[in-house]
Design a protein around this ligand. Sequence first.
Ligand code: UD1
Length: 422
Amino acid sequence: MDYYKITGGKKLKGEVKISGAKNAALPIIVASLLADGETVLCNVPNLKDVFTMLKVIECLGAETEYDAEKNILKIKTNKIKKAEIPYELVKTMRASVYVMGPMLARLGFADVSLPGGCAIGERPIDIHLAGFESLGAEIGIERGYVIAKAKKLKGTRFIMRKVSVGATINIMMAAVMADGETILENCAMEPDVVDCANFLMKMGAKIEGAGSEKIIIQGVKKLNPIHYTIMPDRIEAGTYLLAGAITRGDVTVTNVISEHVSALCSALSEIGFQIRRGKDWIRVLPGKKLRGIYVKTLPYPGFPTDLQAPIMALMTTLPGISVVNETIFENRFTHVGELRRMGAKIEVEGNMAIVHGGTQLSAAPVMMSDLRAGASLVLAALAAKGTTEIRRIYHSDRGYEKLSEKLSSLGADIKREKGGGY
Ligand code: UD1
């Protein structure tokens, strides 16, 4: 298995172009199933999760062709058929459950393995299923699979008991071809929801309010295949800004929607970094006096849970104490033990982590436990003294396109090596 060898201490400098958003690309890929014909998607990141989603839709008869150089994906959906989405795919990637919404809408049937728990918490899909039931689907669980059936979905009013990105998108995808009007309340307002809604609207769906707490959908009979460009990845952008910050370098991210990264930019300014930004770029520069910070993860537009582990790496290097309050997932501190191996002083109390800063991190062999925990280890290694070996990097392959190439282009000393066991 491949691993990263990172020698820390280099100040990162320069520009890095941000890829298409993984969390928008995944639902948009499955949403293409709603139309008959050829969908063409641009700015699709070359990521393991994208390939897993292609396998998911191929189970249903979709034909796919991906140009990794140009990041263009073509999906043909003329031969969609009923099929089961196996455990092997859903356990590799929970977002596979996104296929349920489009399957129900197009086939009136879904047979999808239930995801189990995962590294960052229990992560149930009860809200997705309650939304489908509210649209008139019958839901059963058999042999570990969700079997959902509906002759014809019917418009409904559904209030989500908790803000969920996945449930908002999945139920929205199911409702676009239902009979009549659907009103969804307490919706997630993440840009990924908006990008997926924009895709559906371009296909002919009638959706109002995506990006707010209330989404109103008028069902339509048919959607058309289209060409669409996936929005930039705000979490990837945030990770490179943090790479600039942790090395006290000068990094500019380009091809971003800078508004999507506002919560992180505010946090970096509060710490004392200088932030300059235009509509589609953001630059981070060192400030005169840095200090610790309190960060609470919240649904968008609050501070994203996906940048919680990455910013914690930065916190270890700041003067004084920083505090993280993780309110989205119950077990999202698996990076703490690994950061401690690099010398970080972090206490965890329930969903709070107290970081005693001012640490010169030092290299140690460490392992990624999930995608964003992995990013935090890469950041820590960039600032650490010595050469850090990071294993289980298949986690970061899920969500960061050309990670080592992009970091190298900013001046990082990072090598992707083959072998090395575990
Ligand atoms: C998505 C993102 C993930 C991000 C997360 C929160 C994708 C592919 N993944 O995950 O990167 O960290 O949003 O921004 O887009 N919940 C339930 N029942 C449900 C659904 C969710 O209790 O049916 C809970 C979850 O356990 C969690 C919270 O709701 O505590 C928010 O989860 P959700 O927004 O659904 O996250 P995902 O869509 O899985």
